[in-house]
Write a protein that binds this ligand. Structure first.
Ligand code: MRU
Length: 357
């Protein structure tokens, strides 16, 4: 087990924190550390995990203390910087980090960027250069959030004329998963700031409840009008005509536009198509993996069945099926919003074009 310490989050005056620092680098006299907001403890406790080594970070990734595709990319890059600064074997760190979770392509991307920077660095400057690369990725991700929010505002205005949007989201895609304000929730936040958000419908997102615990936490802090629902209540909302658009993030987008996202996204896409409601994916181009040809080639993480049985009382020994993600085919996706612009219709050609823009 790695070296991970927990500490309560307070602001400079010693009170409860007002910002959401999902991840940050610190350099105390004892040596550099990566500080994570422990997302497993939210919404009731704001506790930080202080990772002093790569093993602790890997453990935090596996337990979902740090999670969400773009943030995993940052964690991977800072993890390499941590390994380099602490004199740990960088190749070994890269292997451990890149394989901590299989589906979000950003994790391997962040690791590879920092490793390449480390290898290309002048003698004795590897650690500093790897850290600079992690910081650069962090800044790029923040800028991507801003651009996606801008493109999203335009797209929503086209898809839902008249404004006053009622948006449905799944899982968590805000500042907790990003160097900026997030992907799908970043677009929702922009609509809220523009006075155009009538209602955010938040799927609880079983079994780990990222919607209830994290999206509701972020929505409440932002003062959004939001309502939480059990995942299986979404159908009746569509029937009642209460959803203008579905906005979700992505963990990996294959070359053909097939999109892996939190399990439960695909049923929403099917519902949305049946009810003629736009289903929109919001993700930076770092989540697009042109090396993965289609949805069948995406490795979907299978997690412990106990995550399901812990939530749902069931006879001792009950087996549970617990894929962390599902894959939505491109024909069910109205549009993909990236920092480079909007992909619609979603085709292999339009995906390549947006990556090269
Ligand atoms: O298992 P998680 O909580 O890491 O899953 C996260 C999601 O599925 C998010 O919706 C996805 O990463 C997009 S985050 C911008």
């Amino acid at each position: 087990m790695g070296d991970q310490n927990a500490r309560a989050v307070t602001d400079e005056a010693g009170g409860a924190s007002s910002a959401i620092p999902a991840l940050r680098w610190e350099e105390p006299p004892e040596g550099p550390v990566l500080v994570l907001l422990d997302q497993t403890r939210l919404p009731h406790e704001e506790v930080e995990l202080v990772c002093t080594d790569v093993q602790a970070l890997v453990q935090a990734i596996r337990s979902l203390a740090v999670r969400g595709a773009p943030l995993l990319g940052l964690a991977g890059a800072y993890g390499i910087a941590l390994a380099a600064a602490r004199g740990y074997d960088v190749n070994e760190a890269a292997d451990l980090l890149a394989h901590a979770r299989p589906t979000a392509v950003n994790l391997g991307y962040g690791v590879r960027r920092a490793v390449a920077a480390f290898r290309d660095a002048p003698p004795h400057q590897g650690a500093a250069v790897a850290l600079a690369e992690a910081r650069a990725l962090h800044a790029e991700d923040a800028a991507a959030s801003t651009a996606m929010a801008r493109h999203g505002a335009q797209l929503l205005a086209e898809l839902v004329p008249g404004g006053g949007y009622r948006l449905l989201t799944h899982c968590n895609t805000g500042a907790l998963v990003s160097g900026g304000e997030g992907t799908a929730l970043g677009v929702v936040l922009a609509a809220h700031r523009a006075g155009e958000l009538r209602r955010l419908w938040v799927d609880e997102t079983r079994p780990l409840l990222q919607g209830a615990r994290l999206t509701a936490y972020e929505a409440a802090r932002a003062g959004m009008p939001y309502t939480l629902l059990a995942d299986n209540a979404a159908g009746s909302l569509f029937t009642a005509g209460e959803v203008d658009a579905v906005l979700v993030g992505a963990d990996r987008i294959a070359a053909d536009g097939s999109t892996a996202n939190k399990v439960g996204s695909y049923p929403l896409a099917v519902l949305a198509r049946y009810h003629h409601v736009p289903f929109v994916v919001v993700a930076p181009t770092t989540t697009i993996d042109l090396a993965t040809p289609n949805g069948d080639a995406i490795e979907v993480e299978q997690r412990a069945g106990s995550e399901v049985t812990d939530l749902a009382p069931s006879p001792l020994g009950t087996q549970a099926y617990n894929p962390a993600f599902d894959v939505t085919p491109p024909e069910l996706i109205t549009a993909i919003i990236t920092e480079n612009g909007v992909v619609s219709p979603v085709t292999a050609e339009s995906i390549v074009t947006v990556c090269n823009r």
